[in-house]
Write a new protein. Structure first.
Length: 287
């Protein structure tokens, strides 16, 4: 209530930080926090809704993967959509609040490209004409100080960027704070893209492994003339899907050139896939 008090015009960063600390301390913190924030964001009082959106964005910056996971569920995204939809609270929500909600959802599509539900929710808003064009994310919006970063953050590995950020944040000039904000946003985006890359790689390698195992079993049954018509169709579908996975592996390999361990894993998966495809051609296609 203090963090979203509509009678106060300025953000109460002390209360907002305490709220984030409570979210991180409680095992159910993200779930309860998002329920409370949804209620506040839907408030008919503009000030309360705008403060709640600031709290939400600060939680995104400070509360980690558990919070991101809950926030990316339709259960919460639908509560944000209600603020924009004329069928719900969009009739009386102020344009300022609706604009901020749109900015928040759009920024998540940029920063969390791997979260399919966020992408789907935003595309639905565009399809329904509720969002007519992508908002321009404001560069002059000063983010709160970033939370302690995880190991291997870009700021930890890029000493030059780390020093630049420290210098900008110490400055009292608005243009330096704007530059710090842009630097933080660009690094967050870069780290999110890296995370999405790792996720795509793991997912593809897992699919290749499962396909190869399944193909091996079906090909062995084929050799023994024990393949049913349904299994034959399944084998053909696996082959076609595996053919499409090959160029994807090549692309992943080109992305992982600097990471020897990841590259070795991709090349190993590629070898197994090539062997399985070769076996298929030898056993099935030749007949």
């Amino acid at each position: 209530d203090k963090a979203t008090d509509p009678s106060v015009s300025e953000e109460n960063w002390e209360c907002i930080q305490q709220f984030c600390d409570q979210v991180n301390a409680d095992s159910e913190g993200p779930l309860f926090a998002l329920r409370l924030l949804a209620h506040k964001i839907q408030s008919p009082q503009e000030g309360e809704a705008l403060h709640a959106l600031t709290v939400l964005e600060t939680c995104v910056n400070n509360c980690g993967d558990r919070f991101h996971s809950e926030m990316a569920k339709f259960r919460f995204l639908n509560e944000l959509i209600k603020v924009l939809s004329p069928k719900y609270y969009g009739i009386w929500s102020s344009e300022k609040v609706k604009s901020r909600v749109t900015e928040v959802i759009f920024s998540w599509t940029v920063w969390f490209p791997q979260e399919v539900k966020i992408q789907d929710a935003y595309q639905m808003l565009k399809k329904q004409g509720i969002v007519k064009e992508d908002p321009k994310l404001p560069e002059d919006k000063i983010l709160p100080p970033p939370s302690p970063r995880p190991q291997n953050s870009i700021f930890d590995t890029d000493e030059e960027k780390s020093k630049l950020l420290a210098r900008l944040l110490k400055s009292s000039h608005p243009e330096d704070l704007q530059a710090a904000n842009r630097l933080i946003q660009s690094v967050v985006k870069e780290e999110q893209e890296k995370s999405a890359q790792v996720s795509r790689r793991a997912s593809t390698i897992r699919e290749v492994s499962e396909n190869v195992k399944r193909m091996d079993v079906l090909l062995e049954n084929h050799r023994r003339h024990e393949l049913s018509p349904a299994d034959h169709e399944a084998l053909q579908a696996l082959f076609q899907r595996s053919e499409k996975l090959r160029p994807l592996l090549f692309r992943l390999a080109s992305e992982a050139v600097a990471d020897e361990e990841a590259l070795a894993e991709i090349l190993q998966a590629s070898d197994k896939l090539s062997q399985a495809l070769g076996q298929y051609r030898q056993v099935v296609a030749s007949q």
